[in-house]
Write a protein that binds this ligand. Structure first.
Ligand SMILES: C[N+](C)(C)CCCC[C@H](N)C(=O)O
Ligand SMILES: O=C(O)CCC(=O)C(=O)O
Length: 506
C-alpha cells in the first residue's frame, strides 16, 4: 500500500535509543512523517521499542545520516502484540485490542480488497484460526502487520481508521454524524427550505442542502418548483430513481378513486407514514400540489414522529415500550390486482430502534391501513389500545401538528393512508408568503390532510430509503468527507474510482 522510496527525516537522537537502524522505515510521499517503526515481534509483557527479534529481519536500506525532518516519535500509538490480539495504546488511558483474525480479514491491500469495487478479494476462510503476525510495527501512517505466508504479507491500517473501528472497547466517534433536530408546530416559523434553482443546479450544493435538511428535520421544502408534473418528476430524480408501487411510478392524481386508496378521495387523512403494508416502507416521499380549484381545504399536515415519540417516552414510558414491541399488521387491498401485507405478516412495531444503539430509527404508523390485531396477548389488548390512544394524543397535539397549505409551485414529500375519521379541522395557520414544496422522510415524519372540496390535483413520488441514504452519502463525500477520509486522503493510492478505500462506511 505504502510504496518504499527514499525519505529524509529527523528524530531526536535520544528518541532513537534502542531503535536499531532497521526500525527506521522508508515510505513514499510521506515526507512529513518519520516512519520509525516500533517493531516488536517477540511479545514482551511490557512495552518497549525494540528491534525485531524473533522474525527474519526485513532489511531496510541504510538511513541517511542527515535526517532533516522532525518527528515526535512518542506521538505514535504504542503497540503490543499479545497472542491472538494486538493491543494499541492511543494514550495512557485509552487502549484497543484487535484480534489477529480481524486484522487479517480487514487488510485493504490491493490483493485483499479490490481498490475499484471496494470488495473483499481475500478469502476470509483461508485465515488459520491461530494466525500470529511475524512482526507488528507502529509506523507514522498506521499499524503495520507482517503475516506469515509464502511471501510475507504486509497489511497496513491507518491509525484514524483503526481507532474509528475499535470494538474492544468501542471508542467515541470524534465526528458525530449529522444531528437530528426534533420539532413541533413552531417549525412553521422557519421551515427548512431550499430554492428549486439551487436544488437543480449541477454543482449539487443545493441538492446536498435539501438532503441534509431532510436528514436533520425529517423534511425540507423546495420553493419555486414549476407547477408541472414534469418539473416535479425531474426534481425527484435529482435524489435517485423513483420507487414504483401499485400506485405507479410518478403519480399525478386527484380525488377520483382512480386507485383503491382514500388518498384518491377528498376525505381527511390523519397523520401517518406510508407503506406500513410493505416489509420495506419507502424512504422519501414528494408531493406537489399542482392545482386546487372551486373548493377549499386540503391543507397538508406534518408531524415529527421522533418528536412525538420523545414526548411519549418521557410521559408514558410503559406505553412507549409497548409501541416498541408489539408488531402491527397492515394491508393495502384497494386494488384488485394487489394485496400487500408485510413479511412477516404480523408486521412491525410502531417504533423501531437500532438494536446496537437503542436509537429510535423508524416510526411506522397508519391506523387506517392497520389489519386485525389477532396476536395480542389477552392481558395486553387494553394496554395496547391505551398506548395507541396516548400515541394519537401526542401526534394530534397542537404542539406537534404543523399544518401547511401547499400551493402550486411547491413540492412536498408526504404520504397518506386513507382516513374515514371525521374531517380534520386544522387550526388557523398563517397564509404562506411564498410557495413551498416538502420532501418528507417517511421513516420519521408523519403527514395527513384536511378534507377538501373542489378539484384538487396532486403529483409526487416515492424514493427508496437506500437510494436516499446513498445519495446523501455520496454528496457528503463530496462536500463534508468524514474524518477518516480526511485523515487518510494523502496516503498514496487510497483514492481509487473516486472513493477512498478507508471510507468509514465500507
Ligand atoms: C401513491 N400515493 C402517495 C398517491 C397514494 C398512497 C396511498 C397511501 C397508502 N394508504 C399508504 O399509507 O401507504
Ligand atoms: O392529498 C394530499 O394532500 C396528499 C395525498 C397523499 O398523501 C397520498 O397520495 O399519499
Amino acid at each position: 500500500m505504502f510504496k518504499q522510496a527514499s525519505l529524509r527525516v529527523f528524530a531526536r537522537p535520544h528518541q532513537l535509543q534502542g531503535l536499531s537502524r532497521s526500525c527506521l522505515r522508508r515510505s513514499y510521499g510521506l515526507s512529513r512523517y518519520l516512519t520509525t517503526s516500533r517493531s516488536i515481534a517477540t511479545f514482551p509483557s511490557r512495552l518497549s521499542a525494540s528491534a525485531t527479534a524473533a522474525a527474519p529481519k526485513t532489511s531496510y536500506p541504510e538511513e541517511p545520516q542527515d535526517l532533516t525532518d522532525q518527528l515526535a516519535v512518542d506521538d505514535l500509538p504504542i503497540i503490543s502484540p499479545d497472542g491472538s490480539q494486538v493491543a494499541v495504546g492511543w494514550d495512557t488511558q485509552t487502549w484497543s485490542r484487535f484480534h489477529n483474525i480481524w486484522l487479517r480479514d480487514h487488510c485493504r491491500c490491493p490483493k485483499c480488497f479490490h481498490p475499484v469495487t471496494k470488495q473483499r478479494l481475500f478469502n476470509t476462510f483461508d485465515i488459520p484460526k491461530d494466525l500470529t503476525p511475524l512482526r507488528v510495527d507502529a509506523t507514522a501512517v498506521g499499524l503495520e502487520v507482517t503475516w506469515p505466508s509464502k511471501e510475507p504479507h504486509v497489511s497496513q491500517y491507518p491509525w484514524p481508521w483503526l481507532k474509528y473501528n475499535s470494538y474492544d472497547p468501542p471508542l467515541k466517534k470524534e465526528t458525530p454524524p449529522l444531528e437530528k433536530i426534533l420539532w413541533g408546530s413552531k417549525i412553521q416559523q422557519s421551515p427548512p427550505t431550499v430554492a428549486y434553482e439551487e436544488v437543480m443546479a449541477p454543482d449539487n450544493r443545493g441538492l446536498y442542502k435539501w438532503l441534509t435538511n431532510t436528514y436533520k428535520f425529517g423534511f425540507s421544502f423546495v420553493s419555486g418548483v414549476p407547477a408541472t408534473p414534469e418539473a416535479t418528476e425531474e426534481l425527484a430524480l435529482r435524489i435517485g430513481f423513483i420507487r414504483e408501487t401499485q400506485y405507479g411510478k410518478f403519480w399525478d392524481f386527484t380525488s377520483n378513486l382512480a386507485k383503491g386508496d382514500t388518498a384518491y378521495t377528498n376525505l381527511a387523512l390523519a397523520a401517518h407514514t406510508d407503506n406500513t403494508y410493505f416489509t420495506d416502507p419507502c424512504g422519501l416521499q414528494l408531493f406537489h400540489l399542482l392545482s386546487h380549484t372551486d373548493g377549499t381545504g386540503g391543507e397538508s399536515l406534518l408531524v415529527d414522529g421522533f418528536y412525538a415519540a420523545s414526548i411519549m417516552k418521557e410521559l408514558h414510558p410503559d406505553a412507549y415500550a409497548l409501541l416498541s414491541r408489539v408488531p402491527v399488521p397492515a394491508h393495502a387491498a384497494g386494488e384488485p390486482s394487489a394485496l400487500y401485507t408485510p413479511y412477516p405478516q404480523t408486521g412491525y412495531p410502531v417504533l423501531r430502534h437500532d438494536p446496537a444503539s437503542g436509537e429510535l430509527i423508524q416510526v411506522r404508523w397508519n391506523n387506517d391501513d392497520r389489519s386485525v390485531m389477532n396476536h395480542l396477548a389477552p392481558d395486553e389488548v387494553e394496554k395496547w389500545y391505551d398506548a395507541i390512544r396516548l400515541w394519537n394524543q401526542c401526534l394530534t397535539s397542537p404542539d406537534s401538528e404543523y399544518w401547511v397549505q401547499l400551493r402550486p409551485g411547491t413540492a412536498v414529500r408526504t404520504s397518506l393512508p386513507s382516513s374515514p375519521s371525521p374531517p380534520l379541522l386544522p387550526p388557523s395557520f398563517p397564509p404562506l408568503t411564498h410557495p413551498i414544496s416538502p420532501v418528507l422522510d417517511n421513516h420519521r415524519v408523519l403527514h395527513g390532510r384536511s378534507s377538501f372540496t373542489g378539484k384538487r390535483r396532486m403529483c409526487g413520488a416515492y424514493i427508496g430509503v437506500d437510494e436516499y441514504r446513498s445519495k446523501l452519502a455520496v454528496l457528503s463525500e463530496q462536500f463534508e468527507p468524514d474524518a477518516i477520509v480526511r485523515a487518510t486522503n494523502d496516503i498514496p493510492e487510497v483514492n481509487v474510482n473516486g472513493r477512498n478505500i478507508w471510507n468509514s462506511a465500507l
